[in-house]
Design a binder for this molecule. Structure first.
Ligand SMILES: Nc1nc2c(c(=O)[nH]1)N[C@H]1C(S)=C(S)[C@@H](COP(=O)(O)O)O[C@H]1N2
Ligand SMILES: [Mo]
Length: 321
């Protein structure tokens, strides 16, 4: 049990069930209300560019005062859901939210296969039922040198992996995002080798800080953040935290990843947050916390060195970026 990064386990009664969530969305759509605005955190009615107004009471009530273990306040639900990297929808961070509103996040299954004794196709409901959901308040550090603090809900990836029993040959885990160009306009771009893929070494995947996140701020995962389920690896650059996962494959060899295919000397397989290894285009020594003026120093392993440095003992982290 990790007590440093989570508060109490989230009671399932505090998480809106998917079925209810979706029917509420359908309801809002039928009522002519832009669902994106309904998901914005606000005490006052949220106003969108479309001019529709969410009636008071439709926006989720968010518990105030959430902070990470360093005392940094969580970013607002509005920041977290309106400033996104999700190239399947757009390369424009502010366009992801509106473009992802009609994405179909249910029904959803994840196929876990490869070098495992129990290959399994999990429905999202099975995962929510089987694995207790915990809150983890983590920093997310993008390689573009901005960061946020996000109160995720989810469960350790290790719980899922133990269930399928990796064989002794399994050394790496490969993750794949859904491929649905009809719903994800960015996937029509020929500049990226879709579908988005990412990977971890098995010991990184088994680390307790590595979670599959199914929500944030106690809400089911919003579409712009990778509904209904995405990876979160808080000590690595944000692009490792792949969204909307449909496949998890256990492998003997290191998998290729979308970003290392696009820019091999820019985006390595490890991509641990490291202020001492400049990216060819962005110094990584400091970062801009969304919502703050000025910059703050970037921490080794994004501030999680105490927990994860042992994974890389004896490795040259400049060579092995
Ligand atoms: N499938 C997919 N996953 C993705 C991305 C993406 O474009 N597609 N962008 C990554 C990048 S670069 C970052 S910084 C984080 C951003 O997560 P957030 O939008 O929830 O803050 O998601 C990562 N996961
Ligand atoms: Mo990123």
């Amino acid at each position: 049990m990790n007590t440093k990064y989570k508060s109490v386990p989230v009671k399932s009664s505090e998480i809106t069930p998917y079925s209810q969530y979706l029917s509420r969305r359908e309801f809002l759509r039928a009522a002519g209300i832009v669902t994106g605005s309904a998901l914005l955190a606000a005490c006052a009615p949220a106003q969108r560019a479309t001019g529709t107004t969410v009636p008071e009471g439709e926006a989720p009530v968010l518990p105030p005062g959430k902070m990470d273990e360093r005392g940094d306040p969580a970013n607002s639900f509005e920041d977290i859901t309106n400033y996104n990297n999700y190239y399947e929808f757009s390369t424009d961070k502010e366009a992801v939210n509106p473009l992802s509103q009609d994405f179909t996040a249910a029904p959803w299954t994840i196929q876990v296969y490869g070098l495992v004794n129990n290959p399994t196709v999990f429905g999202i409901e099975d995962l929510l039922k089987e694995f207790p959901q915990e809150e983890r308040i983590y920093r997310l550090r993008c390689v573009e040198a901005w960061s946020m603090v996000i109160p995720w809900t989810g469960f350790p990836l290790a719980s899922l992996l133990k269930k399928v029993e990796p064989t002794s040959d399994a050394k790496f885990v490969r993750f794949e995002t859904v491929f649905r160009p009809e719903e994800m306009p960015g996937q029509k771009s020929p500049f990226y080798p879709w579908p988005y893929q990412e990977g971890l070494r098995l010991d990184e995947a088994m680390h307790d800080l590595t979670i599959l996140a199914t929500g944030l701020y106690g809400q089911p995962m919003p579409n712009p953040n990778g509904a209904p389920i995405r990876l979160v690896v808080p000590w690595k650059y944000g692009f490792k935290s792949i969204k909307s996962i449909v496949k998890i494959e256990l492998m003997a060899e290191q998998p290729s990843t979308l970003w290392s295919a696009v820019g091999p000397n820019e985006y390595g397989f490890y991509s641990n947050v490291n202020p001492d290894r400049p990216h060819p285009r962005w110094s990584q020594a400091s970062e801009r916390r969304i919502g703050e003026l000025g910059r703050r120093a970037t921490l080794m392993f994004n501030g999680y060195a105490e927990e994860v440095a042992a994974l890389y003992e004896g490795m040259d982290l400049i060579e092995n970026y």
